[in-house]
Design a protein around this ligand. Structure first.
Ligand code: GDD
Ligand code: MG
Length: 362
C-alpha cells in the first residue's frame, strides 16, 4: 500500500516563467503573476488556496524578475506558508522549471501549478485521488469550449490518460490539461536537466510511452487561464463576485470591490464585479461594468468602462468609452474618446480630447 498523501508532507511548486505566451508585449508594468486581481497580487489567490489545503512548503520556480516575488511574499509566513524561490538564469520551459526546483523538494509528493490559472479545484480531493489510484502522476483536467489553445488529454473509462496532445488543431476531446499536477517525486527525477524541456510536449508523452501510471482527475469547478486581457478581466470580476473562490478574499462577494483611499462620486455606477484600486477616483455619472481600475487611476465624469483594465495612475477623460481594452499605466485618454474591441494603449501615451472615435461624429 502507498502511504496516505498528507498535505503537510506535500510540496507545492508554482511555475512563473517567461512572460507567458498570450499577453505580450505587456502594456502594464507589473509582471503578470503580480498584477492586482481583486486588489491582491494574482499569485496570492493561489497561495491562499494552497495554505487552505494544509500545504505549507512552496517553491516558486521563476525565470524572470525573481526579486519582485520575493519582495512581495518574503518567506511566506504572512500567508502561513514557507516559501522558497528558485531562479532560472535562462528560461528552461515548464519541464525545466519543475526539474530545476527538485533540490528544494522535501517530500515524496509534489503538487505543481501553472502560475497563471485561476481555479477552484479541491486540492485535497486531487491529492486523495492520486493516492487512491496509486498513480505516478495525476493531471487535473477540465472541459472547455475550445480545447485547441490548451493541452488536450483523452482518458480511458477508468480515468487513465491515453495521450497528451499540446495545442493541437484537431483535438479528439474537449478535456484539457488544467495546469495542475500531482507528481511522485521519483517522476520529477526523470525529467532531463541542464536544458529547456517542455513538460507538455516532451515529459508527459515520454511517461505515457514508458508505461507509467498517469491518471486524470476531472472536475467541474471554476477554472480560467488568465493569459489574455479578456480572461484576466473576467477572472478578476469572478473573484469580486465570489464566483471564483479565493480564501484570500475572506468571503467578499458583491458587484463591486472598492479599496481604501479610493473615492467614488455619488451617481457613479459600479457593477459586474468592478474593482477600484487604492487612491483611485471615480467621477460623478461614471459607469463601470466589470472594470479593473488599478491604484491611483482617475475616471472622469460620465466615462464608461466596460470589461477593461485601467493601469496605475492612468486618466480617462469625461464621457470617454473604453470597452474590452487595456489602458497602460499613466496613459491619458482625452474626453469623449472611444476605445473598443481589444484596444491597448501603451503606458504614458496621451490621446487628446475626441482623438479616437468609432461612432458617427455629430
Ligand atoms: N519556471 C518557468 N520557466 N515557468 C515557465 C516557463 C519557464 O521557462 N515557461 C512557462 N512557464 C510557466 C508560465 O509562467 C505559466 O505559469 C505556466 O508555466 C504555463 O505557461 P503558459 O505560457 O501560460 O502556457 P499555456 O497557457 O499556453 O499552456 C499551458 O497551460 C494550459 C492551461 O492553462 C499548458 O500546460 C497547457 O497544456 C494547459 O492546457
Ligand atoms: Mg497559461
Amino acid at each position: 500500500m502507498a502511504h496516505a498523501v498528507d498535505p503537510a508532507r506535500t510540496d507545492a511548486v508554482i511555475l512563473v516563467g517567461g512572460q507567458g505566451t498570450r499577453l505580450r508585449p505587456l502594456t502594464l508594468s507589473a509582471p503578470k503573476p503580480m498584477l492586482p486581481t481583486a486588489g491582491l497580487p494574482f499569485l496570492t489567490h493561489l497561495l491562499s488556496r494552497i495554505a487552505d489545503a494544509g500545504i505549507t512548503h512552496v517553491v516558486l520556480g521563476t525565470s524572470y524578475k525573481a526579486g519582485v516575488f520575493e519582495d512581495e511574499f518574503g518567506d511566506g509566513s504572512a500567508l502561513g506558508l514557507d516559501i522558497e524561490y528558485v531562479f532560472e538564469e535562462e528560461a528552461r520551459g515548464t519541464g525545466g522549471g519543475i526539474a530545476n526546483v527538485a533540490p528544494k523538494l522535501r517530500y515524496d509528493t509534489a503538487l505543481v501549478f501553472n502560475g497563471d490559472v485561476l481555479s477552484g479545484a479541491d486540492l485535497g480531493a486531487l491529492l486523495a485521488s492520486h493516492h487512491e489510484r496509486e498513480a505516478d502522476l495525476t493531471l487535473h483536467l477540465v472541459r472547455v469550449g475550445d480545447p485547441r489553445a490548451f493541452g488536450c488529454v483523452p482518458t480511458d473509462p477508468d480515468g487513465g490518460v491515453t495521450a497528451f496532445l499540446e495545442k493541437t488543431q484537431d483535438p479528439p476531446t474537449d478535456q484539457i490539461n488544467a495546469g495542475c499536477y500531482v507528481f511522485n517525486r521519483a517522476v520529477i527525477d526523470r525529467i532531463p536537466t541542464g536544458r529547456a524541456v517542455s513538460v507538455e510536449r516532451e515529459v508527459f508523452p515520454a511517461l505515457l510511452a514508458d508505461g507509467l501510471k498517469v491518471c486524470g482527475y476531472v472536475d467541474a469547478t471554476y477554472w480560467r487561464d488568465m493569459g489574455t486581457p479578456d480572461d484576466f478581466v473576467r477572472g478578476s470580476a469572478d473573484l469580486v463576485r465570489g464566483i471564483a473562490p479565493s480564501p484570500a478574499l475572506k468571503g467578499h462577494r458583491g458587484e463591486e470591490l472598492v479599496h481604501e483611499g479610493a473615492s467614488v462620486a455619488p451617481g457613479a455606477l459600479l457593477i459586474g464585479g468592478t474593482v477600484v484600486g487604492r487612491g483611485a477616483e471615480i467621477g460623478p455619472g461614471a459607469r463601470l461594468d466589470g472594470a479593473v481600475i488599478f491604484d491611483g487611476a482617475r475616471i472622469e465624469a460620465g466615462a464608461v468602462i466596460e470589461r477593461s483594465i485601467i493601469g496605475f495612475g492612468a486618466r480617462i477623460g469625461p464621457r470617454a468609452l473604453i470597452r474590452d481594452g487595456v489602458i497602460g499605466d499613466g496613459a491619458n485618454i482625452g474626453a469623449r474618446c472611444e476605445l473598443l474591441r481589444g484596444a491597448r494603449v501603451w503606458p504614458g501615451v496621451t490621446i487628446p480630447d475626441g482623438g479616437i472615435r468609432y461612432s458617427t461624429d455629430v
